[in-house]
Design a protein around this ligand. Sequence first.
Ligand SMILES: [Zn+2]
Length: 507
Amino acid sequence: MTTLFRNALVVAMDDEHRSQPFRADVLVVDDRIDAVGPDLPVPEGATVVDATDRLMMPGLVNAHVHSWEALFKGRYDNLPLELWMLLSYPILGVEPMSDRLVYLRTLLVGLESLRNGATCLLDDVIEMPTQSLSALDAVFRGYEDIGIRANCSGNIVNRPYIDSIPFVEDVLPAELLAEARAMPPRTVEEYLMTSKEALSRYDGRAGRLRYVIAPSGPQRCTDDLFVAANELSREHDTTFHVHVLETKMQAVTGREFYGSTLVEHLDSLGVLSDRATLAHGIWLTDSDITRLGEVGASVAHNPISNLKLGSGIAPWRALLDAGVNLGLGSDGLSSNDSARMFDVVKSAALLHKVTQPDYTTWPTADEVLWAATRGGARSARLGSEVGAIAPGRKADFLMLDLRSVNFTPVNDIAQHLVYVENGESITEVWVNGQVVVRDGRCLLIDEDAVLEEIRELGGEYLKKFAKVEDINRVFEPYIRDIYQRCCGEPMGINRFSGDERAWVGAL
Ligand SMILES: [Zn+2]
């Protein structure tokens, strides 16, 4: 299939133009962008589209999301991560979702992502109480059917959740601790076997699906798992996706478990490389940041989730200055509470302005758009494949209506995309050379039927889930004590207020 877009206003996000717009024709042949330039000749059989009123830009890349949470949007408020997880990822009594519900849940994430302009996402797939290949299969089928480009992990935790938290031996009653440790964690061998099977089944499917390696976090997994998982990621050149230093409690955990920062611990295992993406990366020390820059690692920055859970503020400027690649993520749909990437883009641009009175360090619209496209692509090991409108890149792009409210009147295009646009101007979304959204509707699924079935099956699941939440509230007073203790620990950095020169912190 060949389509020639005539005279579009292109925000290419390529090395030459970055977010600087220019007028050009864009030729799409099959799944790739073939040519970008003035007055391109019309190939035989091509469909020619007058794009004079259209802005064309690469699709946004969501660098970090968890589809598990899709049923829990609008459900929890005013809980920090470790207390929120007791409810959203319960320790006791949780039943697996049926494969059908997992499939529908995946469509819901894909639908919201695509309609809001994300053409590629990294779903760190977590299932409770544990991962299964049949559930993972439902996730891949969901993303395959809806038409998005997806990198999916089988997230692995191989320590009981309770043992990823410091001071539990001091605080929890022995019986409760024993109950929380009752379920045997998955073994390294089991994870490797499942991952190898998933790699052979899904990697490269439909030209847009990948299986990726994602040990959940250095406090949640054993050292031998990290080393083996990193080796598998190297063999298959997948991203190595790890939650690191999302909260102050995790900073305390590094000191308590390993006598070092969690980044230093990962480094001592030899698993930091340019394949590593750290989800969050908030409570990093200066030397952690330097080291991440040296190895060429990425950080998936999730500003909305970090605000919602009160986790802290990632050191945006310090990370960029150190040469760390930044991508943007929504994070799960319960800590966000949506997968809308235009919201994330705006939040990333705004959040860091209150951390630092020196306004020359604040994120620029161009930097934020780069993180939302090229940065996310690189973090997903798709750095040369997606994230730009350029010859040879995959045809993953958005068409936006320049006659919309959001572009009337037009000033600086990059700033419109960051601060004004909310996805409403999108007229078409293309992934892998195929139109998957037109005029706000996903074309490859029956949206109404999917939403109806989610209301029915999801509603039933949530009814049972409320009882599970009640059971798990038994942990709440103990984890609250530990949370408060950790918040009071002097750690030498204060990411609740940005950095030591922050004016918020000084008030
Ligand atoms: Zn996460």
